[in-house]
Each structure stands twice: as structure tokens, then as C-alpha cells.
Ligand binder design. Structure first.
Ligand code: GUN
Ligand code: FE
Length: 447
């Protein structure tokens, strides 16, 4: 006889399951989770036993959100960097504050961010941290349960970068590989490593070429910013004589592993290159609005078959980390650009789940409620007063709901938010620690 697998099990009974499978099935039913995976979706026999049963009648069960662009380390900078455009925002506020980070402040930022994210239904992030001490971020995330693809920021060029953040090329590459060796696949696979060259402005060509070949060798995602702002695009053209996307392709980076945050200023020809090389776009509508970066051509990129997923970007340019807000903004901004319906609520939820999984190369594991996938999902009550008249789950989730409506969050089959309360951490302690670390950091940065 095959022995029963050891580990935990969980049954959710009577939910309205918004599967986000290829045919957008929505069904009333149950979910059985064993050892972190979805074992049945639809009907779970009455006699089936589990360590925990949650009765979810009247709730939507939705795949956990996958935010593909965020900087956990910037969570402590919230409110210290408002009302500036990208390059000034970086030079005068963000880089000095990143340079003032310590392992303790990085851990506090990661914990506060993870708390906010999990409480509002985000179960996975692709995050660019700062240049130093990224071990502290991995270590802080491990016990909290958030799924994360983490890259240390790489910067080896640009005279505007503070000395503490400027690295030697070889050291930056070595350090990124060393982090991957230490952390990639840890915590039952919840923690993964990525290469994170900041953007072409602050990276040498040899750094970008080195990342391209190491990413191929190790099969790791490359997470960078591109064509967010017109001045950034002009700088790259002036330095290289090429458009930003052409330049990145010239360094060898254009591949299905390349994840580009923003892509607000990419023309038709650049989009064609991105489509052909299967480059992923990480759309951050809240950040684009607040930094005044522009409105990304999301409808056009999707029409060309480019994967466009969603992220809040950092708390210093958003200033919240709530995926519901990003879904809503993604839809309504395209409504302004291309007319209502150009990007529907269902499209926005698809970008928040399936496209996120695709961007980080985990579509076979994450992004939908399907048998065999990892059990990452959230529960949200259907009968809240602000949802009462809406029958369409996509409309409710994208246009009416907010992060604070999330009742339960599950990652890898473990209930991390239970009836609005975290199970693995105390949010008040996280907030106290974040407040104290932010004040000390701001004073070290001279703010
Ligand atoms: N471009 C280079 N660095 C950053 C960053 O930290 N945030 C954003 N939004 N854009 C960038
Ligand atoms: Fe960013």
C-alpha cells in the first residue's frame, strides 16, 4: 500500500470558485488541499477529512494575486518621496534612502510589506531589493509565508548613484549568483532568486551582457525597469544611439526570462521585438500615474501577444501595495486611452493572476485554481454591502473590492490570514518596528 503523504490538509466548502482556468470556469463547490497543492476542485466528498475545514458559503475563492513588480525595501520610504518625476525621485530621495538601509531596516521593510500584501490577497511577488544585504530580505520573508522571487539590485554605472550603492561589475554578478545559490528553491520552493539590474541608465553594457549569459546559464528571471519615463529613454538614446528595447536586445537580454517593469514609452517596432522574443511586461498603473510617467500602451501590447502582468511598484511611488487598486487602475486607464471595455475587469484579473504566473515562469504551478497547482488563494465575502447588486465576480473583484475586504489568504496550503487576522505574525509589532526603522533610516539619510 502506498503510505498516506504526511503533511497538512485543508478543505474549503461551498465557495464560488473563480478558477481563472483557460475557459474562465466559475463554479460553486469545494476545494481539497493536501501538502500545499490543490488535490480536488469542484466536489469534495462529505466523508473526506482534513486537518481544517473552512465553510466558505457566500465567498469567492480567487487565485492569490501575483505582483510582478515591487520593491519591498522601499516600504519604509512611503511618504518621504512624493510629488517628483522619476529621475529626480531616484536621485534626491530613493537612492539616498536605499544607501541608508541596514540589514535590520531591510528586514523591517520586508516584514511590513509582506504583512500588507498577504492581508490584501497578494500571495506572490517579484521584488527588486537594494544593492546590499539582500540575505536579510530572504531571511525575513522565510517565516512569514509570502512567495517571493527576489533579486538584489545591480548598479555599476551612473555618476548620480551614491558611492555606497555603486558596485564593481564582477562583484555585482558574483553576489547575485551567490544569493541564488543560498536561497533559490528554499522554503519548499517559495523563495526564488532573480537577477535585478536596476535599469539601463545605471548599469554598464558589460553588466547587462553578463546578466544575459548568467540568466541563460542558471535559468533565472531577469527583473529590470525599462522605458518608464521620457527622460530615461532620451538618456539611453543619447548614450547608445539606440532605443531602450533595442539596446537591451543588443546586450543579449531579450528572452522569455526578461521581465520589464513599465514599458510606458515603447513604440510599435519595439513592441514587435518584445512580442517576438516573448519579453514580459510588468505594468504598474498606480506608480505611472503618481510619478507622472505616462499611460502604458497595454491594449496594444496585449493585442500583439505580449504578456502584461501587474504590480504596485514600491510604496514610495504608489503609495500602497493593494493589487485590487492596480487591477482597477489598469482597466480604467485603458478605458480613458481606448474606450470603455478595451481592457475588461476579467482581463485585469487575468493579468493579476495568470499573466503574473507566466511572467515568472511558474504558469504550471500558480495563477489558477486547478488540480495539481500550488494552493495559493484568497477568500472574499460576496455579501458585503458594496457588492450586493453585482452578480459578475470579475466586476465585483476589480471594480468594487479592496484589499481590506480579503477575509482569508492561503499560500502553499497554509492559512496565513484567517478571518482577517494574520496567523504567523503580529501586524502591530511589524508596524512598530517599521515605524522605528523608518525614522532611524530617514535620519541616517539626512531627511
Ligand atoms: N527605475 C530605476 N529604479 C527605479 C525604482 O526604484 N522605481 C521605479 N519606479 N523606477 C525605477
Ligand atoms: Fe520599480
Amino acid at each position: 500500500m502506498v503510505p498516506e503523504p504526511q503533511g497538512s490538509s485543508l478543505i474549503i466548502r461551498g465557495a464560488t470558485i473563480v478558477t481563472m482556468n483557460d475557459t474562465f470556469t466559475v463554479l460553486e463547490g469545494d476545494v481539497l488541499v493536501r501538502d500545499g497543492r490543490l488535490v480536488s476542485v469542484g466536489v469534495v466528498a462529505d466523508h473526506e477529512r482534513a486537518d481544517r475545514v473552512i465553510h466558505a458559503r457566500g465567498a469567492y475563492l480567487v487565485p492569490g494575486f501575483i505582483q510582478t513588480h515591487i520593491h519591498l525595501c522601499q516600504t519604509l520610504f512611503r511618504g518621504y518621496a512624493d510629488d517628483l518625476a522619476l529621475l529626480d525621485w531616484l536621485k534626491t530621495r530613493i537612492w539616498p534612502m536605499e544607501a541608508a538601509h541596514t540589514p535590520a531596516s531591510l528586514a523591517a521593510a520586508a516584514r511590513q510589506a509582506a504583512s500588507e500584501l498577504l492581508l490584501s490577497g497578494t500571495t506572490t511577488v517579484l521584488t527588486m531589493e537594494t544593492v546590499h544585504d539582500t540575505d536579510a530580505v530572504f531571511a525575513a520573508l522565510e517565516p512569514l509565508g509570502l512567495r517571493a522571487v527576489v533579486g538584489k539590485c545591480m548598479m555599476d554605472a551612473d555618476d548620480a548613484v551614491p558611492a555606497r550603492l555603486l558596485e564593481r561589475t564582477a562583484h555585482s554578478l558574483d553576489e547575485s549568483v551567490a544569493l541564488a545559490r543560498r536561497w533559490h528553491g528554499r522554503a519548499n520552493g517559495r523563495l526564488r532568486a532573480a537577477f535585478a539590474p536596476r535599469f539601463a541608465v545605471s548599469c554598464s553594457q558589460s553588466l547587462l551582457e553578463g546578466v544575459a549569459s548568467l540568466s541563460q546559464e542558471h535559468g533565472l528571471v531577469v527583473h529590470t525597469h525599462a522605458s518608464e519615463n521620457r527622460d530615461e529613454v532620451a538618456l539611453i538614446r543619447q548614450r547608445t544611439g539606440r532605443s531602450n528595447i533595442d539596446y537591451l536586445a543588443h546586450t543579449g537580454l531579450a528572452s522569455p526570462r526578461l521581465c520589464l517593469a513599465h514599458c510606458v514609452w515603447v513604440d510599435d517596432r519595439e513592441q514587435a521585438v518584445m512580442a517576438e522574443r516573448e519579453v514580459k511586461v510588468l505594468h504598474c498603473p498606480g506608480s505611472n500615474l503618481k510619478l507622472g510617467s505616462g499611460l502604458a500602451p497595454v491594449v496594444e501590447m496585449r493585442a500583439k501577444g505580449i504578456s502584461v502582468s501587474l504590480g504596485a511598484d514600491g510604496a514610495a511611488c504608489n503609495n500602497h501595495l493593494d493589487m485590487f487598486e492596480e487591477m482597477r487602475l489598469a482597466a480604467v486607464l485603458q478605458s480613458v486611452r481606448q474606450g470603455p471595455g478595451a481592457l475588461t475587469a476579467r482581463d485585469a484579473l487575468w493579468m493579476a493572476t495568470r499573466e503574473g504566473a507566466r511572467a515568472i515562469g511558474l504558469d504550471h504551478e500558480l495563477g489558477s485554481i486547478e488540480t495539481g497547482k500550488r494552493a495559493d488563494f484568497l477568500l472574499i465575502d460576496r455579501d458585503r454591502p458594496q457588492f450586493l447588486t453585482t452578480r459578475d465576480p470579475y466586476s465585483t473583484l476589480v471594480y468594487s473590492a479592496r484589499g481590506t475586504d480579503v477575509r482569508t489568504t492561503v499560500v502553499d496550503g497554509e492559512v496565513l490570514v484567517d478571518d482577517f487576522r494574520p496567523t504567523r505574525w503580529d501586524p502591530a509589532t511589524c508596524a512598530d518596528e517599521a515605524r522605528a526603522q523608518a525614522a532611524a533610516l530617514a535620519s541616517r539619510a539626512g531627511f
